[in-house]
Design a protein around this ligand. Structure first.
Ligand SMILES: NC(=O)c1ccc[n+]([C@@H]2O[C@H](COP(=O)([O-])OP(=O)(O)OC[C@H]3O[C@@H](n4cnc5c(N)ncnc54)[C@H](OP(=O)(O)O)[C@@H]3O)[C@@H](O)[C@H]2O)c1
Length: 291
C-alpha cells in the first residue's frame, strides 16, 4: 500500500514512522517542513503527487490551553486543514485515517464514552477537533476517525515526561485527581492504526472508533503509576508524594472534561487489536529512561 503520514514529526507521527519502518508499505512521512497543512494548495498538490491508498492524519494543533487565545490557528489546523485533506482524499479515492480526541466530550457521563455518545466539547481545542471530524464525515471520502486520549511516548512533550522531570526535582507534587481518562501509549496507537490496514472494510469505511488505554485513572493515579515504576526500576532516588487536588484548585485556560474515559471495545472487536496496555507502556519507557 502507498501510505502518507501527515504530522509525521509529532509523538504519534514518529511512532507511526517507527512501526511503518518494519513493513513493506511504500511510505511518505510528511512533517510540517514537507507539507504545511495550513497551505491548502501545497497539501492538495502533494497528496495528488504521491497518490496514496491511505492518508493517516496524525497532525494537530494540540496546545489545549494556548488554543483558548489562539482560536484561529487551532481551527486552521484541526478543522479547515482537515476539511481540505478529506476533500482531496475523496477526489483521489483514498481512505483517510484521521486522529481525533476525547476532548470532543463534555465529561458529564459516568461511564466510558462509546462512539455514538453525544459530543459537547468545552474547549476551543475540543470544538476545533469536533469540527474536523464533521468535515471528514461531510467530505464524502471513506474514513476512519480514531479518537484517542492522554497520549504519552518517548517523543515530544507529554505528561509522562513532565512527571519524570518535575518528580526528580520535587519530593511532593500536587496533581489533579478529579479528572478521569484512559492513558494511551503512542506506539500502541500506531500499531492499532496499522492493524486497520488489513481490514477488508477499510476501503469502504465511514466510521468513528475509540482507541485508548485499557483502564482508566486520574492524572494523580497516572503520576503515581509512573513514580511507582520509576522507583521500582531505580530511576528515581525517592518516590515523590502525590497530593491529589481538584481541577478548580489548578485553574487552566481550557476546561477539561472530568470524565473522558473512552470505551475501545468496538475497535477491539472490529480489528482484533486490544486497547492499549498503558501500564506496560509506562514500564517500557521507564526501562529506557535516561535522565
Ligand atoms: N497528545 C494527546 O494527549 C492527545 C489526546 C487526544 C488526541 N490527540 C490527537 O492525536 C493526534 C496526535 O497527537 P500528538 O500527541 O502526536 O500531537 P503532537 O505531538 O503535538 O504532534 C502534532 C503534530 O502536528 C503537526 N502540525 C501542526 N500544525 C501543522 C501544520 N500546519 N502542518 C503540518 N503539520 C502540523 C506538528 O508539527 P510541528 O512538530 O512542526 O509543530 C506536530 O508534529 C492529534 O490529532 C491530537 O489532536 C492527542
Amino acid at each position: 500500500m502507498r501510505i502518507l503520514v501527515l504530522g509525521a514529526n509529532g509523538q504519534l507521527g514518529r511512532c507511526l514512522a517507527d512501526e511503518l519502518h518494519e513493513t513493506n508499505h511504500q511510505v511518505l512521512l510528511a512533517s510540517r517542513a514537507e507539507i504545511d497543512l495550513s497551505n491548502f494548495h501545497i497539501t492538495q498538490t502533494e497528496i495528488r503527487r504521491f497518490a496514496p491508498d491511505v492518508v493517516i492524519n496524525a497532525s494537530g494543533y494540540t496546545a489545549v490551553d494556548k488554543a483558548e487565545s489562539d482560536e484561529k490557528s487551532a481551527y486552521l489546523v484541526n478543522h479547515l486543514a482537515v476539511e481540505n485533506i478529506a476533500k482531496v482524499c475523496y477526489a483521489v479515492d483514498c481512505v483517510l485515517i484521521h486522529v481525533s480526541s476525547d476532548y470532543v466530550f463534555d465529561g458529564q457521563s459516568i461511564r466510558p464514552y462509546q462512539e455514538d455518545a453525544t459530543t459537547n466539547p468545552k474547549s476551543v481545542y475540543g470544538k476545533s477537533k469536533l469540527k474536523g471530524e464533521i468535515a471528514v464525515q461531510n467530505s464524502g471520502c471513506n474514513y476512519l476517525i480514531v479518537r484517542t486520549a492522554w497520549v504519552f511516548s518517548e517523543y515530544g512533550n507529554n505528561f509522562f515526561k513532565t512527571m519524570m522531570r518535575i518528580g526528580s526535582q520535587n519530593r511532593e507534587l500536587k496533581i489533579v485527581g478529579d479528572q478521569f481518562g484512559c492513558p494511551s501509549y503512542a506506539p500502541d496507537i500506531a500499531k492499532a492504526i496499522l492493524s486497520t490496514l488489513t481490514s477488508p472494510r477499510l476501503k469502504t469505511s465511514k466510521s468513528i472508533y475509540h482507541y485508548a488505554g485499557d483502564s482508566a485513572c486520574t492524572w494523580a493515579e497516572f503520576s503515581q503509576s509512573i513514580f511507582d515504576a520509576a522507583w521500582a526500576a531505580g530511576k528515581l532516588d525517592y518516590k515523590p508524594k502525590i497530593v491529589s487536588i481538584k481541577s478548580k484548585e489548578y485553574p487552566l485556560p481550557a476546561l477539561r472534561p472530568l470524565n473522558s474515559m473512552l470505551d475501545s471495545s468496538r475497535f477491539e472487536s472490529e480489528f482484533g487489536f486490544k486497547a492499549s496496555p498503558w501500564l506496560a507502556g509506562v514500564r517500557k519507557l521507564i526501562a529506557s529512561w535516561d535522565s
